[in-house]
Design a protein around this ligand. Sequence first.
Ligand SMILES: [Zn+2]
Length: 104
Amino acid sequence: MLLARGAPAPPCKTRETRRRAAKPQRAIWNSARWQKLRTLVLARDGYRCVDCGRHGSQLRANERLLADHLDGVLVTPFELDLYVTRCSTCSGRRDGGRRARPLG
Ligand SMILES: [Zn+2]
């Protein structure tokens, strides 16, 4: 597709674009504070997905347990009460392909 000079580029949805958009969240996910909170959430919920009830040991190789934000948005990253344990499959189903948003 040819674009006229000066015309805005069409929205790019490449993997790299999505990776860059998720960068603020990745900085949180890599922090010791987040790792501690995640461990507390999973332990509180007994290492079971709150939706399907499967234990971490019952997940398939490509699944894992996540500390999933109730609102689906990472605006208050360290509030224990705002998270529940979900497997990656249930979390993805709930999100419906939600995009990462930068922190406000
Ligand atoms: Zn599940």
